[in-house]
Design a protein around this ligand. Structure first.
Ligand code: AMP
Ligand code: GLY
Length: 465
């Protein structure tokens, strides 16, 4: 790693969600990032002082490489899984461009559940008992389901935008899920299925920076996947998250860190050069933490609560990860908890109407300890040249509050959320409630005025506001 402040680079961040806005904003705090580009980015990245949105076809690797050369890019951070599975990081590395994100071989840990499960099995990483099946072995799949008395989870092998997993309530439901997958419900991604034992327990995510030999665990987080309060309703991309996760014991955390370290070592052993985030999705079972899945990128919305808690220089950390020099890096973590609440459009996770003007983003951002991360937003300009932020999809923004306690963080986050309005906007009202020492009788309704905080990182004015 170069000496302090020696690093001065332009950075390209690939992606357009709340995760990418959080990455851009965190990088943008540090002078080491000279100029930032987001491809394609969103309304939030566009409003960051030193960030430009660029219209790049990321599946055209040659075009991305050319862009990087033309703009003297010293680091590319790939946010979503699809371009990683597609080998974008390999193409960039072949052109000597440092990339935060694994190549296609490592990305198989997320791109193929069968690959991930076989990897866990080969390296004795604790996970649910499983078998994999194709249409040719459908009868064996039914038999396996019956052997497990129907208490199984059916997973399409490939990427399915978070929709390829069915936690079955009965053998009939499990078999129907298998049939649907083989009938093409998830296209080629569902031609193979993994069927595994259904585990019980709370979930917890451990994201770690991995540069090969070195694994640096980031703070624990937990997301809220279901649409409605009390973890009811359909699964979503995530309606909010919090960090750390008080229910996790020191022993469980140690076990998770050990599993992630063994996973990183196993990648090295298999000759897979992995440089990026390895996301371990765990279930805390009676037999200890078990891996449900690996993701090969930051979680969304976990990133929106994890990154604000990292005080260390993220540019240096990501660059060190990309260049295999993480061993000399240390993490400085803000002990204060973070709660992130997603604001969604009416109808989400189903179809939504876009183009709704959003009000109050600036007012929300001025609250102490608050980060407003855009997700599905864009900035439009009217005939008089006035800028307006509008919605472009389902998960519109994530409001994160850092405070001295979870109670305060929730209050501050919901105060900020109440300031952001657009037609049809809604949020869950119980994000982070599980982290409180005891259950309040009611979900947070009218938050108290926020206590003054001194945020670790200065808040920047937003462009065009
Ligand atoms: P995955 O994409 O594999 O993480 O699965 C998505 C969600 O399905 C997880 O976050 C869990 O809520 C649930 N899930 C996955 N695997 C299992 C399992 N073996 N037992 C119970 N629930 C699971
Ligand atoms: N929030 C879950 C994920 O990013 O996969």
């Amino acid at each position: 790693m170069a000496g302090k402040n020696a690093l001065r680079i332009n950075i390209l961040v690939v992606g357009s969600g709340g995760r990418e806005h959080a990455i851009v904003r965190s990088l943008d705090y540090f002078d080491e990032a000279v100029c930032l580009y987001a491809a394609p980015g969103n309304g939030g990245t566009l409003l960051e002082p030193r960030t430009k949105n660029v219209d790049l076809e990321v599946s055209d690797h040659a075009a991305v490489v050319t862009f990087c050369h033309d703009h003297d890019i010293g680091l590319v951070v790939v946010g979503p899984e699809a371009p990683l599975v597609d080998g974008l990081a390999d193409s960039l590395r072949a052109a000597d461009i440092p990339v935060f994100g694994p190549g296609a071989a490592g990305a198989q840990l997320e791109g193929s559940k069968a690959f991930a499960k076989a990897f866990m099995r080969r390296h004795d990483l604790p996970t649910a008992v499983y078998e994999e099946f194709t249409a040719e072995t459908a009868e064996d799949a039914y038999e396996f389901i019956d052997q497990q008395a129907g208490r199984v989870v059916v997973k399409a092998d490939g990427l399915a935008a978070g929709k390829g997993v069915v936690v079955a309530q009965s053998a009939a439901e499990a078999k129907a899920a298998v049939d649907a997958s083989f009938a093409g419900a998830f296209g080629a991604s569902g031609a193979r299925v993994v069927i595994e034992e259904c585990l019980q327990g709370p979930e917890c995510s451990l994201l770690a920076l991995v540069d090969g030999a070195t694994m640096l665990p980031l703070p624990l987080s937990q997301d809220h996947k279901r649409a409605h309060d009390g973890d009811t309703g359909p699964n979503t991309g995530g309606m909010g998250a919090y960090s750390p996760v008080p229910m996790v014991t020191a022993q469980q955390k140690e076990q998770m860190v050990d599993i992630m370290a063994r996973a990183a070592a196993a990648l090295v052993e298999e000759g897979i050069e992995y440089r990026g985030v390895l996301y371990g999705g765990f279930m805390l079972t009676g037999k200890g933490p078990q891996l449900l899945e690996f993701n090969v990128r930051f979680g969304d919305p976990e990133t929106q609560v994890v990154l604000p808690r990292i005080r260390s220089n993220l540019v240096q950390l990501m660059y060190a990860t990309a260049t295999g020099t993480l061993a000399s890096s240390e993490l400085d973590i803000d002990e204060r908890p973070a709660v992130g609440v997603v604001i969604a459009s009416e109808g989400y996770p189903g179809p939504v109407k876009s183009g709704k003007p959003i009000f109050g983003l600036g007012r929300a951002q001025t609250l102490p300890g608050i980060e407003v991360y855009h997700a599905a937003t864009a900035v439009t300009t009217d005939a008089e040249g006035a800028e307006q932020v509008v919605t472009t999809g389902g998960r519109v923004a994530c409001v994160t509050a850092l405070a001295d306690t979870f109670k305060e963080a929730r209050e501050h986050a919901y105060e900020a959320v109440s300031r952001i309005t657009f037609e049809g906007s809604w949020s869950r009202s119980d994000i982070g409630l599980r982290a409180l020492p005891q259950k309040p009788s009611k979900p947070q309704g009218s938050p108290k005025s926020p206590k003054s905080q001194s945020p670790q990182k200065p808040q920047k004015p937003q462009k065009g506001k």
